[in-house]
Write a protein that binds this ligand. Sequence first.
Ligand code: GLN
Length: 542
Amino acid sequence: METKYIFVTGGVVSSLGKGIISSSLACLLKARGYRVTIQKFDPYINIDPGTLNPYEHGECYVTVDGHEADLDLGHYERFTDIQTTRANNITTGRIYQNVINKERHGDYLGKTVQIVPHITDEIKRNVKLLGNTGNFDFVITEIGGTVGDIESLPFIESVRQLKWELENDCVFIHLTYVPYIRAAKELKTKPTQHSVKALQEAGVQPDVLVLRTEKEIPAEMRRKIALFCNVAPDAVIQSVDAPSIYEVPVMMHRQHLDELVLKKAGIKIEGEPHMTPWLNFLDKMDKAEQTVTIGLVGKYVELQDAYKSIDESLFQAATYNNNRLKIKYIHSEKVTPETVGDMLSDLDGVIVAPGFGQRGIEGKFVALKWCREHDIPTFGICLGMQCMVIEFARDVLGLHDANSTEMNPSTPHNVIDLMEEQKTISNLGGTMRLGAYDCALTPGSKAATAYGKTLVSERHRHRFEFNSEYRSRFEEAGMKCVGENPATHLVEVVEIPSLRWFIGTQYHPEYSSTVLSPNPIFLSFIAAAIEYRDHRKQSDNI
Ligand code: GLN
């Protein structure tokens, strides 16, 4: 079949969950047997979100091919199990960079280069790139930002033009907000009407409206919205706040979102989506009674989205282990030798988060020392793994001023050091060791047992590495290097085998954990945390 293009825009306010709606639709279409991909177009000027700090943009997600991407790509992968790549995330910055490069190259043959048609042509070319591979039946394009913003105008204009080029091969979904005004005890449709009007003024008529709301929207009110917005009454659907984002595909299916889209795209609707594995996951989620409590030590814990992929990986792993998950966010700047006992003692497991720079680092060492000495299941990811190494060097190897050269370039014991190939790099954007690399695991190690195999591939985002000159000293003292890159011998995994579960990974396993295929190392970590909890309970009862 011809590739069909679905565009998802948003109105009224940001953070309505366009990413979740796009992912849910993709999940349903995939469950109907279609080949689907989702791409995100972000209207900001940065070439990619790699240089943005988490206060600006939440977590930076990393694709297998090493693109530093918007965190919505994480949702896309978690909901669909389909890997994304560099081509799935475009920004205004990249569009302009391409156009300006072509201009410098002389490709425009002396013409004045303008937003219309040159920028819009470049946007349209990018929208169709994945579709043109022939690998997909559906390409869902999520347009970041809110309709009416100056910066999203060229994207909306491009989409308007595409409607003429693609004719019946495209569907427009617009997501808006229906607020509940407490004082008046009323839901209000006016912001939706205005937002659809803004979209129509730009020449785009939505086919489906998804209304985000805290309360059920009565059928009568939905009919009114349909009437005002020029949309078929059955194409106005609601997205009521759900206890878990993983329920949204089911909620959308109940209101026939997948069927509406198929119908609009001119595809015959046959049967039902095969959602059994997904429903089994939801069932496990509902039935879980006990709770496993994990402490997440990081410096961005006050931000909702800073550790999104870790949160979701933990949740998936807890669910598959038939437990509910409670995450206690622990600000690393607040962890001191005086506070650490109070902050960590009720936890079943501790994760030390990835990150950059000096702030909060000493608290991570304090937390790790406490976890190591109390034998709590502990998982260090990227900077968290590097902190495990530094803390061990200081406290067990007696190298008191051991550090990473990231934190102290003149440390006499650079147990974590800048990678050789990084030494000549001066640009910050897109220059880390990024994307998926192989890691060979030592047979019999806890890490290899967790994965059930000795060769894995995981994603990376770092400049610093374990300094192999110190390797034998660590191993003799009980911290083993149990994972390394087969080609470069870079240390990827460390563990202390004498402890319950004390593993650090230089890579980020959280980027590859999905609902239908949770990452084995998270499953193993949570299983160890549950075991530790039950062990403590038992000892309390004796
Ligand atoms: N700052 C460390 C490095 O660059 C760790 C990075 C991370 O945690 N993603 O190596």
